[in-house]
Design a protein around this ligand. Structure first.
Ligand code: ZN
Length: 581
């Protein structure tokens, strides 16, 4: 699953009134942006090149990757159909409008893969469409209510119910207006046939056995509607080409969250980062044994870690490419597969780098003291993200509260997310500092003196804190970050300058991070819900000096609009398969 992102969008003035149709067919007036307003909305996405080096792939894999990009393009179409039944016709209509407003509408349509703006609560930005994205997308009849669905499901036998509430079917009205569940393999047969054929062709090209196996079983799943074996094979995938393709996330179905939307990611593995991960993994127990908490709370034998793949994205499609770009995901979502095989985290290094360049660097120029700006580094940013992911696996997990066996998650309840995200941030910093103190290299400016590496680590973290806070403090990451920021300010590790910019105090930051890590880990070890709640209530707030810094970030893009230059070179969209429209 992706982490939900809550986006602060500022105030958009939309003065043009237009009448749009709501789901129930009632007329509701929504304001449709004019050209100038639409251009401002588009400018929130900085066009940024996303490229990946495919030259080290074997000649067979280089051919296979072309087929995979083509298959991903099929899923782009399929996702648009899943989002809204009128999408394909609307897209064709928009393409014919060559006026500046028509061009802007088509541009923003491509960013969102539909006529509703992801960043603005899915409100329509094109006239004559439903005012807001239908909650059930195109997965249910538009006139169906929740109650009708629920009472219908009660009439079904177990097997029918499984299909009706499962990931891989949609609901339509059939004879006598009765609801019926239709498997994806039936409804999307033509597109899935094309995609399956391309996957099999790629499978016959590659020499990698695990990739061949996954591509063939996923192609079979497209036609049989049974994804279990191919999800298992995806967990076993170890290849230079890293691909995720199929129906996965259920966020598009806002009505019930049952139906999986089609998406595809075509990646190449990042070898250097894979080696770095292996290096960190070797030191994790040692870091656990040195965590800044009472020794009795340390875990003498940390559990197996969920696999992490660091990749570079060649192409993303469908549900994987609209609005704010996905930079990492955990899959699969099928609990049966997770119970048997666990899940895998995939992190896209070049997507993170694109966001770093187009969003984080400009942010740092506004919020950091001038002399600190040279220390903002992508390697420090990315290495800390990797450390964050790994250190979710460190510290207390199964705990004992007054003789009762329980887990941190159960004890901390609704504040668990914010505390655990903050713990991973801070334990990530602690881990990198620990390794540096041991004389290890961590992948940040390795040829430079230790003080410089530390400067980069903490300064980049400070800049990235503002990127997270910008998304608001209602969600776990933002809440946890506001708490860290204020704690470190209070301990003097971060300091506000007279001109309102922020800087790291290197004489205090290391101890401040140790103290914070100690406090967070101890809250988790003791399952101290009241303590965790108190800490968040006091510290997970935006203080005036932080708010003033955030106010300066208005014009900086929210995210990127990826330009997939490698994919466009290898398998141009125009030269691809004829698109059915
Ligand atoms: Zn996390």
């Amino acid at each position: 699953m992706k982490k939900a992102i809550i986006v602060m969008t500022g105030i958009l003035l939309m003065s043009t009134l237009a009448i749009a149709e709501t789901e129930a067919g009632k007329k509701e007036s929504v304001e449709i942006p004019n050209l100038e307003q639409l251009q401002k909305m588009i400018a929130r996405f900085a066009p940024t090149e996303v490229s990946a080096d495919t030259s080290k792939l074997s000649p067979e894999d280089q051919k296979a990757v072309v087929k995979l990009i083509q298959a991903a393009r099929v899923l782009d179409d399929l996702y648009m159909t899943q989002l809204w039944k009128g999408n394909q016709a609307l897209c064709a209509r928009l393409k014919k409008d060559t006026s500046p407003l028509g061009r802007a509408r088509l541009h923003y349509f491509w960013i969102n893969k539909g006529p509703w703006s992801d960043l603005d609560d899915h409100k329509a930005f094109i006239p004559a469409v439903p005012a807001r994205k239908p909650l059930g997308a195109n997965f249910y009849p538009e006139d169906m209510t929740k109650e009708e669905f629920e009472s219908w499901v009660k009439t079904l036998n177990e097997k029918e119910r499984e299909l009706a509430t499962g990931f891989y079917s949609l609901i339509q009205r059939k004879a006598a207006n009765k609801l019926a569940a239709v498997p994806y393999s039936v409804e999307y047969r033509a597109d899935l046939d094309r995609a399956a054929k391309l996957l099999r062709e790629a499978g016959s090209l590659t020499q990698n056995a695990s990739l061949k196996k996954f591509l063939n079983s996923r192609a079979a799943a497209f036609l049989s509607n049974d994804y279990y074996q191919s999800d298992v094979d995806w967990m076993d995938l170890e290849a230079a080409i890293d691909i995720t393709i199929g129906p996965y996330e259920t966020y598009t179905d806002e009505l019930f969250g049952y139906r999986a939307a089609f998406e595809a990611y075509v990646h190449v593995r990042d070898e250097a980062e894979s080696n770095k991960l292996a290096f960190f993994a070797k030191h994790l127990q040692e870091i656990e044994n040195n965590l800044p908490i009472e020794p009795k709370y340390r875990n003498p034998k940390i559990g197996g870690l969920a696999p992490i793949h660091v990749v570079n994205e060649i192409f993303a499609a469908g549900d994987g490419n609209h609005g704010v770009q996905t930079a990492a995901y955990n899959l699969p979502n099928d609990e049966r597969v997770v119970a048997e095989k666990g899940s895998k985290r995939v992190m896209m290094k070049n997507v993170q780098e694109a966001k770093f360049k187009s969003v984080l660097l400009p942010i740092s120029q506004h919020v950091l003291a001038p002399e600190a700006q040279k220390d903002v580094s992508f390697d420090a940013f990315f290495t800390h993200i990797v450390a964050h992911e790994l250190t979710h696996g460190l510290g207390p997990q199964q705990i004992n509260v007054s003789g009762r066996k329980t887990t941190v998650r159960l004890e901390l309840k609704e504040v668990y997310g914010a505390i655990e995200e903050a713990k991973a941030d801070v334990t990530g910093l602690f881990t990198l500092q620990y390794l540096l103190d041991q004389g290890q290299r961590v992948g940040i400016a390795e040829d430079r003196p230790k003080e410089e590496i530390e400067r980069k680590l903490y300064t980049t973290f400070l800049a990235s804190a503002f990127r997270t806070l910008r998304f608001g403090i209602t969600e776990a990451h933002g809440r946890g970050m506001a708490m860290q920021m204020n704690y470190l300010l209070d301990k003097g590790g971060f300091a506000v300058q007279p001109d309102g910019t922020f800087a790291v105090d290197f004489s205090k930051i290391k101890q401040a991070v140790r103290d914070l890590d100690h406090d967070l880990l101890t809250l988790e070890a003791t399952g101290d819900y009241a303590g965790a709640k108190k800490m968040l209530t006091e510290l997970a707030v935006l203080r005036p000096e932080t708010q003033r810094a955030l106010d300066k970030l208005g014009d900086i893009p929210t995210d990127i609009e990826p330009k997939f230059v490698t994919a466009e070179k290898l398998a141009p969209a125009s030269a691809g398969l004829p698109r059915k429209r």
